[in-house]
Each structure stands twice: as structure tokens, then as C-alpha cells.
Write a protein that binds this ligand. Structure first.
Ligand code: V47
Length: 375
């Protein structure tokens, strides 16, 4: 029984209970309501209808094979010029060596997204994917954002469809959801002017889905965007998901405000608040009725809040990661990685059932006892 203190939520609650789609205006009501308790209960209703208590995570490794990038997004503290001392750029053997260094038995997913390197030839990318598959059979390579795919298309003179087709043939398992930022032009022109356009980002995901490559979608929030622009972003994703069904999860990325031009020039020096993070997750759970999962990204909102978010619509908490650089360059205070034990504890002590998955979201192991996480 859901108890509401805001009468404006009542017609929304009726629709949610009936499994009906929310309108844009109703989404905005969710962004403005002061009835946070009601909002979380509604999001939880959808979360439990779709996933019960199950909360998914993956034993994963993150690798950024280069931080060299010419794009100049104003929120980014990760990108470096090739002459900077902090620049890195691994060749194919270097990428394989880096994975070998960190490799752990049971590792499922290798998530790679990196800078737009200006001079690496196209052949480097499928070769890297082939080498990873040959050296680590069973490891799923989830790599290349739509922004990187567009970059590879420019680099190779191939269409984005050809690029995707060749990467899939090389063994690409799935694609991450980065590079989406905020789709609205007003914001995109200020934060990611030289990055893939919103329409092209969506087209590339549509092409990937058509080839059977499942992807995710992100949204970078907590900077200069309005609440309408956040909802507009979700609206465009909901429309594409209606067409293709190819997105696994939606991941709000909380702006990390250190060492980037957006923070410096526009005075955006604050981290998002816990309530904004939770509200945003709940609104996305309710608005994106055709997404199976909303992901709470512990790297950017911390594992304590991620645990709380399991009651606000979240049914996926990403992975162990091992070593992350993009958020940490911009001030993230979370650890670089978490153990499987910690992931299971976060979920179980949050009152939910931890389910280890792979990059395809196949269920590998259900942990119903904390002790079982010891292995
Ligand atoms: O594309 C960069 C964002 C993304 C900052 O698909 C920032 O499973 C906040 O896409 N503050 C990379 N965000 C991370 C990403 C991701 C993360 C987790 C899971 C998945 C997935 C994808 O990080 C970039 C950009 O949107 N980003 N700088 C910053 N200062």
C-alpha cells in the first residue's frame, strides 16, 4: 500500500500501479514533488515488478587504453595531450599485458572506454579486440562508446555501421553507454561541442542493436542542465528503446567537479546531493518503463548511497571495476575498485538478493547468504 502526501502524485500512482506509461508532464511532477517517500515507493514498485529483490552486479575490470583525446569536453578531467607527462597510450600488447596484470579468475567483463586518440590507425581497434578474445577466452569485451565509434568511422573512412560490423566480427560483446552526456543542444554545445551529436549517438546505438550488440545508455547530470533537459534526454532514450529493445540499463552519471573546465569556468564546484541522486534514479525508473535496469553507479555516488538507491529503483550496481580513472580524475572519492565480497555485502545488507551476471546479463550466481560471498 503506497502512502502519498502529495495529491499531485495520486494520478501518477494510479498509472504506475496499472503499468501505464507516464507523460512528460508527469515526469516533471516527479522531479518537483516534495513527497520523496511517495516517489521512492513508486520507483520501488516498478523495480520489484521488473526484478523482484534481485540486484545485479558483474565481476568486471575497467581499462582505459589511452587518455589522449582531442575532443575537449568541458566536464572532462581525464583527457590529456599526447605531450603531457600524465598521458598514456597502450599498444595491443600493452593492453593485453594490462589485463593480464589485473586478471582474476571469474572475471567476466572488460569494460573499455578511452580518449579519441588522433593518430592510432583503425586496424589497431579490431586487432585489440581479437587479441583480448584470443588471450582471455570467455572474457566479454564491452567497449567503445558511440562517440568512439563515430571517431573510428572518421578515422577509417568507413560508415559507423561498417565499424560496428567489423568490431562485432572481431569479438565485441557489448557496448557501454558513455558519451551521451545531455542530448539537448543548448547544453551539448557548452559541454561537448566537438563530440558525437545527440542524433548520431542514438543512430549508432540503433545500428548496434540491429547487429545484436546490446548497449547501455548514460546521462551526465548535476552541471548546467535543467530538469526538463534531463527528462528530454530520457524521453529520447525511451523512444529508441521502444523501437529496438536493445538497451540493457540506464545509468545516471553524477557530475564530478574537480579539475575540469566546466567546474573552473562556470563555478560548478559542488558534487550532486544525495537527494538529487536518489530522485534522479527514481524518476528514471518510473519514466523509462521499457528499460529492464536502472544502474546505481557506486563510483560516482559512493557505495553507501548506492546501497540506499536499491529502494529508489536501482536493480544493478555495475561491477567490481578494479581500477577506474575517468571519475577519479575529476574528484570521485570512492575506492578505485571493489571486491566481489564488498558488492555482495552492499546488496545483501541493503536487504536485496545479490545476483552475479555477465555482460549479457545472464545470471551466473545468486547469493542468498552473505557467507557465500567469501569465495
Ligand atoms: O562518457 C566524464 C562521463 C563517462 C565526468 O555503460 C563524467 O555500463 C561525471 O560511460 N563527472 C564514462 N561523469 C563512464 C561511462 C559508464 C560508467 C559506468 C557504466 C557504464 C556502462 C558506462 O563518464 C563519459 C562521460 O559521460 N564523465 N567526466 C565527470 N567529470
Amino acid at each position: 500500500m503506497i502512502r502519498l502526501s502529495d495529491p499531485a502524485l495520486e494520478p501518477i500512482a494510479q498509472k504506475v500501479e496499472a503499468g501505464e506509461r507516464l507523460s512528460f508532464a508527469e515526469g516533471m511532477t516527479l522531479y518537483h514533488t516534495l513527497d520523496l517517500n511517495g516517489l521512492s515507493q513508486l520507483a520501488n514498485l516498478v523495480r520489484e515488478r521488473k526484478n523482484g529483490d534481485k540486484t545485479y552486479f558483474v565481476h568486471s575490470m575497467r581499462l582505459e587504453f589511452t587518455n589522449i583525446c582531442y575532443v575537449g569536453c568541458t566536464f572532462c578531467a581525464f583527457a590529456a595531450h599526447k605531450n603531457e607527462a600524465r598521458a598514456w597510450d597502450y599498444d595491443v600488447d600493452g593492453v593485453v599485458a594490462k589485463v593480464r596484470e589485473k586478471y582474476e579468475p571469474g572475471l567476466q567483463e572488460l569494460h573499455m572506454s578511452s580518449g579519441h586518440h588522433p593518430t592510432r590507425p583503425w586496424s589497431y581497434y579490431p586487432e585489440m579486440v581479437r587479441a583480448l578474445n584470443a588471450n582471455f577466452p570467455g572474457l566479454q569485451v564491452k567497449a567503445f562508446t558511440a562517440a568512439e565509434i563515430e571517431h573510428l568511422s572518421h578515422l577509417s573512412g568507413k560508415s559507423t555501421l561498417e565499424v560496428l560490423t567489423e568490431l562485432k566480427a572481431a569479438g565485441l560483446a557489448a557496448m557501454p553507454g558513455g558519451g551521451a552526456e545531455i542530448f539537448a543542444d543548448r547544453v551539448r554545445l557548452q559541454i561537448a561541442k566537438r563530440k558525437v551529436s545527440a542524433d548520431k549517438w542514438l543512430e549508432i546505438h540503433k545500428q548496434a542493436h540491429g547487429l545484436g550488440i546490446r548497449t547501455n545508455a548514460t546521462m551526465l547530470y548535476g552541471h548546467i542542465e535543467t530538469l526538463e533537459e534531463r527528462l528530454d534526454h530520457m524521453d529520447r532514450l525511451r523512444n529508441l528503446q521502444d523501437e529496438t529493445g536493445g538497451f540493457h540499463s540506464f545509468i545516471p552519471l553524477a557530475f564530478q567537479p574537480d579539475a575540469n573546465a566546466l567546474a573552473f569556468n562556470l563555478g560548478k564546484t559542488e558534487f550532486t546531493t544525495g537527494i538529487d541522486d536518489l530522485r534522479n534514479l527514481a524518476v528514471s525508473r518510473l519514466y523509462l518503463d521499457n528499460f529492464q535496469h536502472i544502474k546505481g553507479y557506486w563510483v560516482m555516488i559512493g557505495s553507501d548511497l548506492t546501497q540506499v538507491s536499491l529502494d529508489w529503483g536501482v536493480s544493478d550496481v555495475d561491477g567490481t571495476i578494479l581500477e577506474e580513472h575517468i571519475a577519479h580524475a575529476a574528484g570521485a572519492t570512492s575506492p578505485l575498485g571493489l571486491t566481489t565480497q564488498k558488492m555482495v555485502e552492499m546488496i545483501s545488507r541493503g536487504g536485496r538478493i545479490a545476483v552475479e551476471r555477465n555482460a549479457y546479463y545472464d545470471e551466473l550466481k545468486i547469493y542468498d547468504q552473505l557467507e557465500q560471498a567469501a569465495d
